[in-house]
Design a protein around this ligand. Structure first.
Ligand SMILES: Nc1ncnc2c1ncn2[C@@H]1O[C@H](COP(=O)(O)OP(=O)(O)OP(=O)(O)O)[C@@H](O)[C@H]1O
Ligand SMILES: [Mg+2]
Length: 380
């Protein structure tokens, strides 16, 4: 069982690579599902095939699904949504607005992803490939468990007891709708499922995130941010896919090569795949399959390419230690610059960028030293 999730900035090639990888794997004899969780579906356009909200085998061993977000929200959050809606309406908010407001931030993203749980339980597919929304939305979804765990452990049990206790009295003094037992049950069941899902996605033996990037400055920065936060939240990234790389002679060749060097250094030791810019439309199963073959060349796309952590952040007495892996520790002066979130590490001729998470941005660099393959930076 494998779950491979492709993400990256808008337009970098998530849908194309998801479909291409799936098409290629299906010809290697594995049962594959390519599922699009991006509300702006284009998987059917890439495959030139009608795709429905349930998985459908459209080629031998190749299944596709475009998740219907409204249906999924009803399916997974229906009971809670009903309660919130009644609460908003009670406050005098009109029907349509109450309906809109009852969809909480993150609810849509989570609902789409909960399908993955179901597919894993059904054990029908060997490989599930997820064509996800652009990095910003994907990260928002992946950072939810922290908030959710707080709700579960702190608020939920307390509220439930309290509501049980005050319900009879509350009925007399107010007609405000109170959550019923079934609302709590549904919420608890939902959180259990969300936890299972995160557990799956954080298991590096099963799940990998693959980041797609184009050799352009703005795209790289967003990808560096995603890389930092994905690892921070515990989601393993097993490959960086540099897409739309032009050939020698192209006016963009030189500048792209400069950016490719930056990408390789910044994400090391995560394996990097270079994917050429092609000058025809990559549409339909056959073309996608050939493209998939080209991307992976002699490798099996279902393999786990990398499992370790390229960096670690630890805290002790308000001092933070950032430990970054360096592939090549060349001789030379160590220089470190910080420009807001962008940490630049220079050793001799080697230069590496690292996107600092919020907790480190406003801290001061106190010390830095290299120990074997690691650079340790102390922030205080
Ligand atoms: N290597 C490539 N060479 C040429 N064209 C490509 C390549 N990769 C992707 N494309 C084209 O770039 C466009 C965007 O690709 P795609 O739709 O896969 O990106 P996306 O990341 O899924 O976009 P969105 O964020 O809008 O979902 C498509 O027209 C696709 O055919
Ligand atoms: Mg897409």
């Amino acid at each position: 069982m494998r779950i491979i999730l492709y993400t990256g900035k808008g337009g970098v090639g998530k849908t194309t690579l998801s479909a291409a990888t799936g098409a290629y794997i299906s010809t290697l004899g594995k049962k594959v599902l390519v599922v699009s969780v991006d509300p702006a579906h284009s998987l059917s356009d890439a495959l030139e095939f009608e795709i429905g909200p349930e998985p459908k085998e459209i080629f031998p061993n190749f299944y596709a699904q475009e998740i219907d977000v409204y249906y999924s929200v009803e399916k997974f959050w229906g009971i809670l949504k009903e309660y919130l809606k009644s609460l908003f309406k009670w406050q005098g908010i009109d029907e349509i607005l109450a309906e809109e407001m009852s969809i909480l931030p993150g609810m849509e993203e989570v609902s789409s992803f909960l399908w993955i749980n179901k597919h894993v339980e059904d054990k029908k597919f060997d490989v599930i490939i997820v064509d996800s929304a652009p990095t910003g939305e994907t990260l928002r979804f992946l950072s939810l468990p922290d908030a959710a765990s707080w709700w579960i452990t702190k608020i939920l049990p307390l509220q439930r007891k309290l509501i049980r206790f005050i319900r009879p009295a509350a009925r007399i003094i107010t007609d405000m709708p109170l959550p019923e037992e079934k609302t709590y049950d549904a919420l608890e069941e939902l959180f259990k499922q969300v936890y299972n899902l995160y557990y799956l996605l954080q298991n590096s033996e099963i799940s990998s995130v693959r980041l797609i990037v184009n050799p352009e400055k703005m795209v790289i920065k967003e990808t560096e941010k995603a890389f930092t936060y994905l690892h921070l939240f515990g989601f393993p990234v097993d490959g960086i896919f540099i897409n739309k790389v032009v050939e020698k002679g192209d006016p963009f060749y030189q500048i792209q090569q400069k950016y490719i060097e930056r990408i390789v250094k910044s994400f090391e030791p995560t394996p990097v795949f270079i994917i050429p810019q092609v000058y025809e439309e990559i549409l339909g199963f056959e073309k996608l399959k050939e493209f998939g073959k080209k991307i992976y060349f002699d490798k099996n796309p279902a393999e786990v390419f990398y499992k370790d952590k390229p960096f670690e952040i630890t805290e002790k007495d308000h001092t933070y230690q950032l430990k970054i892996y360096l592939k090549e520790v060349s001789q030379g002066n160590l220089e470190i610059y910080q420009n807001e979130e962008d940490l630049i590490i220079k050793i001799g001729n080697h230069k590496k960028h690292f996107f600092l998470p919020r907790i480190l941005v406003n801290k001061e660099i106190k010390n830095a030293l290299i120990k074997e393959h690691y650079l340790e930076i102390i922030f205080g």
